[in-house]
Write a protein that binds this ligand. Structure first.
Ligand code: NDP
Length: 330
């Protein structure tokens, strides 16, 4: 491979970040263990932040965003990951300060590469992507803290988004009853089809009373919103329930008291999909191919050409995308 097509974000002389599809030479990629011909790349909120020039995500430009990619190994320096193997790469530094998945090729360290589970397609791996991985990791941690369907309903916030919609489908697969919290009433029917028992407006998970605790309304939560929503999830969570903090679409701040923890035994769990040890990562992907495999993947996917990704990056920042947008590079 000498040249390849990639979405490239450049900082112009006025300090603005411009994204466009370009043909770049192989030198644009870092030298690494494994060269992968990308088949599909899933869009995440973090990719849009990278494309906007968020230096907390990406320090140096020109850059190609894309924290999720699936594809086929084209060059390898290790026998464990042979040429021709179908693989998944998500998180670590991919798409942050390592050129990411919105390109025909990625070049990554061997430790980042997960063999595609046998019963999963390259496309489905990216429809799930970091979103499903994050939701499954959240549930995995909740279960380690004793969460069980018999304890009661689980709230999912940001329900119509990537992580939220996957969380609903995965929790349903695991036998939970789900309350979907969404700002998009027009998607309630779809959220019910995914597995939500009840849909509520996101305002109902944003308490303004100032009280440190409220009567329990759910047994646990997967939160993508942060801020007052996360604080409310904690104060209304039932005894010994777990609240998994995944995101910050509303706010990165959390103002709470210790009362949910010391009076109700509530667990606040951190979910970091980026740096999970490889053994847990493989286990979560196997679960996504097996017992946690979402049932309605087709209804969550929007498969588009690479050229459409820049406009969807703008939409995801406005909270306007629904489900999972995936670039088809196959
Ligand atoms: P999406 O944009 O796909 O979904 C976010 C959803 O949040 C929206 O669809 C919307 O859903 C809701 N929302 C948007 N704006 C607001 C707001 N101001 N207040 C309340 N709700 C809002 O993003 P993702 O699902 O990809 O990511 C969600 C969050 O999770 C992000 O913060 C992301 O950075 C984080 N994340 C964290 C990971 C980790 O490892 N911890 C991994 C992946 C993502 P609705 O209209 O239905 O309410």
């Amino acid at each position: 491979m000498e040249n390849y097509k990639a979405l490239v974000v450049r900082e112009n002389s006025e300090g603005k970040f411009v994204k466009q599809i370009e043909t770049v030479s192989r030198e644009f990629l870092p030298e690494n263990d494994i060269l992968i011909k990308v088949a599909y790349a899933g869009l995440n909120y973090k990719d849009a932040l990278s494309a906007k020039g968020n230096k907390g995500v990406t320090r140096k430009y020109p850059h190609t965003p894309g924290v999720d990619a699936s594809g086929i190994i084209e060059e390898s320096n290790t026998d464990d990951l042979p040429v021709g193997m179908k693989v998944i790469v998500t998180s670590y530094d991919l798409g942050m300060n390592t050129k990411g998945g919105f390109a025909e090729y990625i070049s990554v360290p061997a430790e980042w590469v997960v063999p595609l589970p046998e019963s999963m397609s390259l496309k489905d791996a990216m429809v799930m992507g970091t979103a499903a991985y994050t939701a499954a990791l959240a549930l995995h941690k909740m279960e380690l803290c004793g969460q069980h369907p018999d304890m009661g309903e689980i709230v999912v916030t940001g329900a119509s988004g990537g992580v939220g919609s996957m969380a609903i489908a995965i929790l349903r697969k695991a036998g939970y009853r789900i309350i979907a919290s969404s700002g998009k009433q027009e998607h309630y029917t779809w959220l019910r089809q995914l597995g939500a028992k009840k849909c509520i407006n996101r305002d109902e998970v944003s308490d303004e009373s100032g009280k440190p605790l409220l009567s329990p309304a759910w047994a646990g939560a997967i939160d993508t919103v942060g801020g007052n929503t996360l604080a409310t999830l904690l104060k209304r969570c039932g005894r010994n329930g777990s609240v998994a903090a995944c995101g910050l679409v509303s706010s990165s701040e959390l103002h709470t008291t210790v009362f949910p923890f010391i009076l109700n035994g509530v667990n606040l769990l951190g979910v970091d999909s980026a740096e999970t040890p490889r053994n847990i990562r493989m286990k979560i992907w196997e679960r996504l191919a097996g017992d946690l495999r979402p049932e309605n993947l087709e209804s969550m996917e929007l498969i588009v050409p690479l050229e459409k990704i820049p406009s969807y990056m703008d939409e995801i920042l406005e909270g306007e995308t629904v489900g999972r947008v995936v670039a088809d590079l196959s």
